[in-house]
Structure formats: structure tokens, C-alpha cells
Design a protein around this ligand. Structure first.
Ligand SMILES: *Cc1c(COP(=O)(O)O)cnc(C)c1O
Length: 362
């Protein structure tokens, strides 16, 4: 059986280094903040070619605190993709603001920049594109709309560590990027973790205060903050894994190339990569009109698959109060009905990828 994702494999590959890093973190006596967190923040900022990385507890908090730091609150609107994981929308409602969904480009699955301007109102504060499946959204037209209307841009980079937009690493194109280091992400911790990267010193400063009870000086609370800190043991683990991110992303790229070639004549709708995008293949998602049948076909040949995602945010019970109904975002709904993710990960071999291709063709 080819697993969809083997979370133990990255640990086993780097066991000696990871064990040593965990030991180092534990023996230091720093259990909140401290040198491991500081060093990971410096390393990740350097990797993303930005001035600041601020560690937080998880990816949802990274989005939420970044929006808070941008001043988003009750009565504000944030433009989000209709086609995304629910966290993107949840971060907006956690601020008391309203997510305003915009449909994706059906070829790339990412927010369609040509549809954004029609969704801008006098209440819009932020545009929140997601780099879904590891492929960068088309940022330049989004940044131009933001400049024109005085909006800020927060990117959801939870699936795209190391991806390049027009040759430049994600991290500092917009005002800030929110990252998740959930274990299954391209850069994954061994528990929950997240960060925000930015070139804006004021945003970085606000997020540092917000993540720590609204406090800069111990027991002096300048505002109502949160407890959302990056665990130093996770920071030590992430420092080790960051050094392997490019190599592991390259293994994903090789697998994706194998799939693109092997499945070209399969009749499946394959990922479409614009020439300005260098994706990192967090997921390799294809489309099939009879997804359930296709999933069974693969399962019977030992290939595990997952659906990312079966229900779009606007049709989730979590957002029923917003009054959306089926048909409101037909492109997102069609994608959600047909999409299915094939296994892709640094721990799979070329032979296993070949087995996946054969299973798809049978
Ligand atoms: C994983 C993910 C998140 C949330 O990250 P957590 O660390 O699980 O909170 C947000 N957005 C997207 C697109 C994700 O894939």
C-alpha cells in the first residue's frame, strides 16, 4: 500500500539531528521563547528573504494575529478565495470581520485577480490570497488592486513554503505572509507551530505583542492580546528541517514532473502551472468527473488518496449564518466535487510514483 502521507518518514530520515535538537532545547531550560525561537525566526526570515519572521502557535493564529495587527475588526471586510481550506475564512471571523469570497481561476484553483475589484467595498481592509496546493497565487495584479484602493495584502502561505512567484520566494510580496508548520506541511513541526513573515517592522512588532498577552514588558498589558507562542522544542525541530526544505521540495518537484508526464494522456485534469509560478507541490491534485469511482480504482491497486477539500467553506455548517447556498460559488463547488489528491511527498520513491501512474491509467 502506498500511504498518502507517512509522517514518521521525515523523523526517521533526520532522526539523529532531530533527537539532538530536541535534547538541546529541553536541556536549555527555555520552555517559552528563548534562543531556539529567536534563531528559528532569524533563519526563516533569511530563508524567505524578509526582515522579520514572528513565530506563533499555529497557522490559524498566524492568519488571525496578522489580520488583527493590520487593524481588522468588527464591520470590516476581508476578500478571501471561495476555494480554500476553512482556516482562511475562520481567521477573518475571529477578528469579528466578514469574509467576502471571490471565485478561483479554474485552471490554477487560486483566487482570480480579475474578479477581485468587483468585490471591493468601502469596508474592505485586506485581500487574503491563498497559495493553494503549494502554487503561488497571481500576486502582482492583487498588489496593484490593493495599492489602488489602499488595502493591505495578507497571503496564506500554509501550503507553499519555498515556492517562488516570478523568481522570488514567497514571504515578502504582500504586507505579510501567514505560515503553518502543521506536521503534514512542506515544512512541518512535530506538533502545532506557525509564523508570520513581513518586511513591515510595525506589523512584526504588533504581532509580537499580540502573541504574548498584549504585553511587551512582563505584567504590563497595553492591549487585550492572546497566548499564541511558538514552542521552543518545535522551533529547534524546525531549524533542523528548514535546512532540508529545498531538497525535499525538489523531490516533490521530481515526483510532480513524473506525474505530469505519466498522466498527460490519462484524461484527468492535471495541475496547470503558469510560467511565472514555481510551485512546491504540497499537494498534487487532479480532477475526475467520477471522483468516487476513481478513488476506489486507486484504492484497489494499493494507492491511498485524499480529497482537498470535499466541502467549500461557504457550504460548511460553520458558516450557515452567512446564508450562502449551493450554486453561489459554482467554480469552487465544481472543483470541490471533482478534485482528488495523489500521494506526493519527499519520502516516496520514483518506483512508487510509477505505481501511482499505472494505477491511474488502469
Ligand atoms: C494548514 C492550513 C492552515 C492552518 O494551519 P494550522 O497550523 O493547522 O492552524 C491555514 N490555511 C491553509 C491553506 C492550510 O492548508
Amino acid at each position: 500500500m502506498i500511504p498518502f502521507l507517512d509522517l514518521k518518514a521525515p523523523y526517521l530520515e533526520l532522526k539523529a539531528e532531530l533527537d539532538e535538537a530536541i535534547q538541546r532545547a529541553v536541556s536549555s531550560g527555555w520552555f517559552i521563547g528563548g534562543p531556539e525561537v529567536d534563531q528559528f525566526e532569524a533563519d526563516y526570515a533569511a530563508y524567505c528573504e524578509v526582515d522579520h519572521a514572528v513565530g506563533v502557535a499555529n497557522g490559524l493564529d498566524a492568519l488571525h494575529l496578522a489580520l488583527r495587527a493590520m487593524g481588522v475588526g468588527a464591520g470590516d471586510e476581508v476578500i478571501v478565495p471561495s476555494n480554500t481550506y476553512i482556516a482562511t475564512w475562520l481567521a477573518v471571523v475571529q477578528c469579528g470581520a466578514t469574509p467576502v469570497p471571490v471565485e478561483p481561476n479554474e485552471a490554477t484553483y487560486n483566487i482570480d485577480p480579475t474578479l477581485i475589484e468587483a468585490a471591493v467595498t468601502s469596508d474592505t481592509k485586506v485581500i487574503l490570497p491563498v497559495h493553494l496546493y503549494g502554487q503561488p497565487a497571481d500576486l502582482d495584479p492583487i498588489l496593484e488592486i490593493a495599492r489602488k484602493h489602499g488595502l493591505r495584502v495578507l497571503e496564506d502561505g500554509a501550503q507553499a513554503h519555498g515556492a517562488l512567484y516570478k523568481g522570488k520566494r514567497l514571504g515578502g510580496h504582500g504586507d505579510a505572509v501567514a505560515w503553518s508548520f502543521y506536521p503534514g506541511k512542506n515544512l512541518g513541526a512535530m506538533g502545532d507551530a506557525g509564523a508570520v513573515t513581513t518586511n513591515d517592522p510595525d506589523l512584526a512588532d504588533r504581532i509580537k505583542v499580540l502573541r504574548n498577552y498584549g504585553s511587551r514588558v512582563k505584567y504590563v498589558n497595553e492591549e487585550q492580546g492572546y497566548n499564541s507562542r511558538l514552542d521552543p522544542i518545535q522551533a529547534a525541530i524546525l531549524r533542523v528541517k528548514l535546512a532540508y526544505l529545498d531538497e525535499w521540495n525538489n523531490r516533490r518537484r521530481m515526483m510532480a514532473t513524473q506525474y505530469q508526464k505519466g498522466l498527460a494522456e490519462s484524461g484527468l485534469i492535471l495541475p496547470n502551472v503558469p510560467d511565472w509560478a514555481d510551485p512546491v507541490w504540497h499537494l498534487y491534485a487532479v480532477r475526475h468527473a467520477n471522483r468516487e469511482g476513481f478513488q476506489k480504482q486507486l484504492e484497489s491497486q494499493g494507492v491511498s488518496t485524499l480529497i482537498h477539500y470535499p466541502i467549500p467553506p461557504h457550504l460548511q455548517g460553520a458558516f450557515k449564518d452567512m446564508g450562502f447556498k449551493k450554486g453561489d460559488f459554482p467554480i469552487a463547488e465544481r472543483i470541490h466535487d471533482e478534485i482528488i489528491s495523489l500521494p506526493i511527498s519527499p519520502s516516496l520513491t520514483a518506483q512508487e510514483a510509477e505505481q501511482v501512474v499505472r494505477a491511474c491509467l488502469n
